[in-house]
Design a protein around this ligand. Sequence first.
Ligand code: ZN
Ligand code: ZN
Length: 238
Amino acid sequence: MKILADYHTHTIYSHGKGTIEDNVKVAISKGIETLGISDHSYGHLTYGVKRDDIFKMREEIDILNEKYKNKIKILLGVESNILDDKGNIDYDDKIGDVLDYVMAGYHFGSKPTNVKALINHANNYVFKTEKAKEYNTLGIINAMKNNNIFVITHPGDKGDIYIEEVAKVAKETNTKLEINSSHRFLNANQLRQIEHIGNTFIVGSDAHVPKNVGNFNLALNTIKEAKIDLSLIENIKF
Ligand SMILES: [Zn+2]
Ligand SMILES: [Zn+2]
C-alpha cells in the first residue's frame, strides 16, 4: 500500500505533541507524498489554534516546503468546527487566503453560536437524543452546502447523524467523507449503508503525536470489514 497523502495531522499549534517539522520527518520516513497539517480551528474553546498562528504556520510551511522540496509536499489545512445546524464553521476568508484546504467536523468543545447550539452539545454529550441526531445531520449538510469543504472528518463521532442524508449531500457537493484512523467513524456499518450512493473517501490518521502520522491501521480494518471498493479511497493506492 502506498500512502499518497495524510491530510489529517495535528501539531503543537492546537493540542498535538509535535511541531510541523516533526510530522514532516515522520511522513518522509514513511514515504508519504503529501502531508497535510490540519489543526483545530479557532472556534474550539480548549484546543483551537490561535487565529493569528495560522499565518505563522503558512510561513513555516513555505520554508519547510523549500527545505524538503525533493522529498515531500506539505499543505496547510484546518479542521474547522461545525458550530450549529445552519452549518456555520469557524472559518473566514482571511484565513482562507492562506489555507490549502478546509476540513470540518463536529467537536464537543466548540464555541456555541447560540443557546440551541449549546443545548445540542448537552444533548449529544449526555442524553444522545433523536433531536440531536437531526440537529447534527442538518449542521453537516448545511456546512457542506455553504462552504467549500474538502473532507468531513469522522462523520458521526461525538454526535450521531443520519449517514445516508449526509452522504447524498456529500456526493452532490463533491465533499469527501473521512474514514478516521483514531476514531471509529466512518465505521463499517455506515460504509455499508451508503455504499449505493457512490461517495469518495479519504483516510486520515488524525495523528496527535508525530509517530502516528500515516498510521491508518484502524481505518484499514474498517475498510476490510466493510469490503468497499478500494478505488473509492482517494489518498491510498493498493
Ligand atoms: Zn476531529
Ligand atoms: Zn483531528
